[in-house]
Design a protein around this ligand. Structure first.
Ligand code: HSE
Length: 431
């Protein structure tokens, strides 16, 4: 039986979960496959740190490059994160002809195109199932299971931390800061949680999914990134009063002309819809293909075991390809020219709008006039009774479907009015 040797970069939470999973399934794996897995080297920051898994200390090293340059290593698992050292190491591993498994969404989103090419040139492959939506097999679904479809839309809850925070605020009236602390304590948040709450993490995952769905490479610079920082309990409650939950969605749309739109923003979804029922750190990817029709994948999007589950699946796939000598023979991920983007004029949606409006005669008429001037029709208007000290009251407006461009222009004009206080809140409503 062939022994496949793994080089591990990092021994943090996910890597420890993986080492434990490999040990637990050793016998089963050997029965199912014509190979066995062994760990040849592990790069760590500190040799004497306390570990959450059992490893032979003689294979630990602080010399990260010794792992990717080790001729005995067949597959490199990159689990250190970041886009600097991890980038150099992954590049080196691919140049050395090794298969790479990475859970690093920031790395793939920033350098995916180059790394795929490098893998191809060196007759090997890079696998990254764990980079998007934790344990949900969405990468494999897009690359393989849906390969015969034109994927026309993707709407994903892709960040467990944000979804946990929004759920805690909606269901338990918890403050934003307390909910973020909870997500951090449970191990969902990034080391720098601003990557979660400012939407960058969701944007990276959206860009990766969109790239696979379309077949060209989209960076996060193609996305106007809006996160959940500053979202108020009031908006969550107002949305709930009309049957909606607010979710941070990463979205991809392909129109009939072949142009695409990408976004990462808070969106109102029906509370009783499938996305509305995705709670806590769970993730979900709702998508539509021309052959499949609508579909959804759901599961745990963050945390040690779900992420280790995807890394392990990639490792098994890489090992099988290595054994069968088929690494580097998979279909191309990037095979189309750059896409055209759908203009804001051509994009449309109903919207939720919340203004802090002076409570005096005729001001509401002025807001209605501005909306009317942009051809925006209101579906409902609701002035909330709670007033701030200076008599300013929240007014919540839901519109019918309008163009994004018209809505943005109308909001800019409303925002500039002297009777509107604070920042106007504007969220699309998912149809
Ligand atoms: N911080 C990320 C999240 C981890 O909360 O979803 C998984 O990518």
């Amino acid at each position: 039986m062939k022994e496949i040797k793994i080089g591990l970069l990092g021994l943090g939470t996910v890597a420890s979960g993986l080492v434990n999973a490999i040990a637990d399934t050793k016998d089963l794996l050997a029965k199912r496959n014509n190979y066995s897995l062994s760990i040849a080297g592990i790069a760590v920051r500190y040799l004497n740190a306390t570990r959450a898994c059992e490893v032979d200390s003689s294979i630990l090293t602080t010399d990260t490059f010794s792992v990717v340059n080790n001729p005995d290593v067949d597959i490199v698992l990159e689990l250190i994160g970041g886009t600097t050292l991890a980038y150099d190491l992954v590049k080196k591993a691919l140049e050395n002809g090794k298969a790479v498994v990475s859970a690093n969404k920031a790395l793939i989103a920033a350098h995916g195109e180059e790394l795929f090419q490098l893998a191809e040139q060196n007759n090997t492959a890079i696998f990254f199932e764990a980079a998007v939506a934790g344990g949900i097999p969405i990468i494999k679904a897009l690359k393989e299971s849906l390969a015969g479809n034109h994927v026309t839309s993707i709407s994903g809850i892709l960040n467990g931390t944000c979804n946990y925070i929004l759920t805690q605020m909606q269901e338990n009236d918890q403050s934003f800061d307390d909910a973020l602390q909870g997500a951090t304590d449970l191990g969902y948040a990034e080391a720098d949680p601003s990557l979660d709450i400012d939407g960058d993490d969701t944007a990276q995952k959206t860009a990766i999914l969109a790239s696979l769905a379309y077949g060209t490479w989209f960076g996060t610079d193609a996305i106007d990134i809006k996160g959940i920082r500053g979202i108020s309990l009031s908006d969550i409650q107002y949305a709930k009063e009309s049957g909606y939950s607010i979710k941070l969605l990463g979205s991809y749309t392909l129109n009939e002309k072949g142009a695409v739109a990408l976004s990462t923003e808070c969106t109102l979804v029906r509370e009783d819809s499938m996305l509305g029922n995705v709670k806590g750190a769970f993730n979900a990817v709702e998508l539509e293909g021309d052959l499949l029709g609508p579909g959804m994948l759901y599961g745990q999007g963050a945390g040690q075991k779900p992420t280790a589950s995807s890394v392990f699946a990639d490792l098994i796939e890489a090992a099988s390809q290595f054994c069968n000598d088929t690494l580097g023979q998979q279909q191309k991920m990037i095979f189309r020219d750059k896409a055209a983007f759908i203009s804001q004029e051509e994009q449309s949606s109903p919207f939720y709008l919340r203004l802090m409006l002076e409570d005096c005669p005729a001001v509401f008429g002025k807001v209605a006039l501005i909306l009317g001037n942009y051809g925006i029709s209101m579906d409902s208007v609701n002035q909330k009774s709670e007033a701030s000290a200076d008599g300013v009251k929240p007014v919540v407006i839901q519109t019918h479907e309008v163009s994004v461009e018209a809505m943005n222009q109308a909001v800019a004009e409303i925002q500039a009015s002297e009777y509107v206080h604070e920042q106007v809140v504007l969220y699309p409503i998912k149809a």
